[in-house]
Design a binder for this molecule. Structure first.
Ligand code: 5GP
Ligand code: ZN
Length: 121
């Protein structure tokens, strides 16, 4: 399968890997949007959040727990941080292998919705 993040899992392309276990890996985002920005991904290929099944319950829970562990390890858990799953076009997904963004290190903006991007319905 021609998937960028599967290639990172298989070490076919390099990444700054911060954490790895049997189920997930976490690596620095190549285009960081905060002082700290990494992605937690499952080793198993799942294209979008819409493709998660009941069988993936433990895996997705483990992704979230891994994000919290990384935040604690990096020392910004108490100050706070942001975790984001983008899904499909309106969600801004660009890589179709699910990934949990972990952003931290500074206060982050909210909300993400910008009126200028509003499209007619
Ligand atoms: P999305 O927009 O799909 O939610 O997020 C995809 C993320 O993957 C983006 O933040 C982008 O910077 C990151 N990304 C894209 N290509 C690469 C890559 O080759 N290596 C790494 N480490 N991150 C990437
Ligand atoms: Zn993949």
């Amino acid at each position: 399968m021609d998937c960028l993040f599967c290639k990172i899992v298989n070490q076919e392309i390099p990444a700054d890997i911060l954490y790895e276990d049997d189920l997930v890996i976490a690596f620095s985002d190549i285009n960081p949007q905060a002082p700290f920005h990494c992605l937690v991904i499952p080793k198993k290929h799942i294209s979008t959040l819409n493709d998660i099944t009941e069988q993936d319950r433990e895996l997705v829970g483990h992704m979230v727990a891994t994000a919290g562990k990384i935040a604690a390890d990096k020392g910004f858990a108490q100050e706070g941080y942001r975790t984001v799953f983008n899904c499909n076009n309106h969600g801004g997904q660009t890589v179709y292998h699910i990934h949990l963004h972990v952003l931290g290190g500074k206060p982050l903006g909210w909300p993400p919705y910008q009126d200028t991007l509003k499209t007619p319905v």
